[in-house]
Design a binder for this molecule. Structure first.
Ligand code: F0G
Length: 456
């Protein structure tokens, strides 16, 4: 029996991609002010900027698109979407939003107040920014192994329960609820175990606090649980995912990840407490409660995506993708976050570019170098994304500088990953030539999206 884990689908529709010349890429990157977010996608060969909204839909989803009911209120597509979310999460109250951050903003607006603290393993950038925007302090309490790129732990996304306990004991009055991100995106796409989730839930419950899951990559997390957590191997990813949701009181979700859709999101809640206020806000900023900023066809695509994403062959191939690229890089001596996560491979830029100081933003510099070398677009998860320029002009820096190569779902084939590995290993061999960068212009929130940079 061949052991290669294959793409469990065949390709029905293709989209050409184009390799540019090194000179052209240098010109494009200068035009983009050294910011890969400002590049045109057509000038990118392998676009690993994000796994968000970039996946390929199935023939069944495209069929659903045609069946979309575009009625303003009470569309059949909404009820199919609601049934799919209820079936998965067990939560009766389902509020569609146009994407994950809209779900976050609405939930945080109704469930937090200025001066609150919300703990999580690691808040993703939009989650953090939405909390900060409301005067709420986001607290990242991932286990210590989660901050060590090379610490091998099966569940590096777990939250540090002792630190949560201390927070609740000392400042419990400021905590409206606990959050947890599955998988832990900013920490390397690392999973959270059922055991950790259960203990976190118990701890919060003892203090009367609900648990909200940032569920973007719930299916990948469920598959890691199946593969790694003792006693879980015989269960289906769906049964595990359902148990994950059963341990929490609600979730925010970006359907652009494990919804296998190109747009969409939702809030789902177990009890009524925040529902009315959330729906009121939804009508103001997203749309009527049965479409929430989406078209009926999008709701159909998500309803089907939420089922397909839990197919075991798909998840096995999905997790193998990152592992496969990771193995090639490790074999070539490139430092990455280990073990590989669900949706991405994270290069350790400080190890890749030891000649650069943190003030020269090694993560960003490596992103630029990867584009110049091979037309590959990744994203910096480091001090441009998470550092800050304070009002007094001083800079803060993130605890690591990583480059995330995130993989669109069902889009690239094994030879694309072979090419990526070759390009990265060739770059590693001449890493000393890579120049650092400095920030020239930046905005106050989420500065990485629009920042302008120059060579240091
Ligand atoms: N939470 C997590 C863990 C995420 O990874 C994202 C998005 C969001 C929330 C927000 O969802 O984009 O639909 O508004 N992450 C994307 C990424 C952008 O590239 O990792 P959104």
């Amino acid at each position: 029996m061949p052991r290669t884990v294959i793409e469990p689908f065949r390709v029905k529709s293709v989209e050409p991609i184009r390799l540019t010349t090194p000179e052209e890429r240098a010109r494009r990157l200068e035009e983009a002010k050294l910011n890969p977010f400002r590049l045109r996608a057509e000038d990118v060969l392998l676009d690993f900027l994000t796994d968000s909204g970039t996946g390929a839909m199935s023939a069944r989803q495209w069929g659903g698109i045609m069946a979309g009911d575009e009625s303003y209120a009470g569309a059949a597509s909404f009820f199919r979407f609601e049934a799919a979310v209820r079936d998965l999460t067990g939560y009766p109250f389902v509020i569609p939003t146009h994407q994950g951050r809209a779900a976050e903003r609405i939930l945080f607006s109704v469930a937090t107040k200025r001066g609150d603290v919300v703990p999580s393993n690691t808040h993703f950038d939009t989650t953090r920014a939405n909390l900060e925007y409301g005067g709420v302090e986001p607290l990242d309490l991932v286990i210590p192994e989660g901050l060590e790129p090379r610490a091998r732990h099966p569940f590096k996304g777990n939250i540090d329960l002792a630190r949560v306990e201390r927070l609740l004991a000392e400042q419990g009055g400021r905590v409206p609820f606990g959050m947890i991100t599955v998988t832990n995106n900013s920490g390397g796409g690392q999973p959270v175990s059922l055991e950790n989730l259960r203990a976190y839930r118990d701890l919060l419950r003892r203090h009367g606090k609900p648990l909200v899951v940032d569920a973007c990559r719930f299916a990948e997390n469920a598959m890691f649980v199946k593969l790694r957590e003792p006693g879980q191997a015989a269960r289906t990813p769906k049964a595990i995912a359902r148990e994950m949701f059963s341990l929490a009181d609600g979730c925010t979700m970006s359907a652009k990840k494990d919804g296998l859709a190109n747009i969409g999101g939702f809030i789902a809640l177990r009890d009524e407490r925040w529902v009315e206020a959330a729906r009121n806000l939804l009508v103001l900023t997203e749309g009527f409660p049965t479409y929430g900023g989406l078209a009926g066809r999008d709701l159909e695509a998500i309803a089907i995506g939420l089922e397909e994403v839990l197919e075991e062959d798909y998840l096995r191939y999905r997790l193998r993708t990152a592992e496969y690229l990771g193995e090639k890089l490790l074999a070539g001596g490139v430092a990455i976050v280990e073990p590989t996560g669900g949706h991405a491979v994270y290069l350790d830029a400080r190890a890749f570019l030891p000649h650069l100081r943190r003030e020269e933003y090694p993560g960003w510099a490596l992103c630029d170098a990867l584009y110049l070398a091979g037309g590959i677009r990744g994203v910096e998860i480091g001090s441009v994304m998470f550092g800050k320029r304070l009002d007094d002009g001083t800079e803060t820096y993130h605890h690591h500088d990583l480059v995330r190569l995130a993989f669109p779902r069902r889009v690239y084939t094994q030879s694309h990953f072979d090419y990526a590995a070759e390009a990265i290993l060739e770059l590693a061999a001449r890493a000393r030539e890579v120049r650092g960068v400095r920030l020239v212009r930046q905005s106050r929130y989420l500065r990485h999206f629009t920042a302008e940079l120059a060579w240091a």
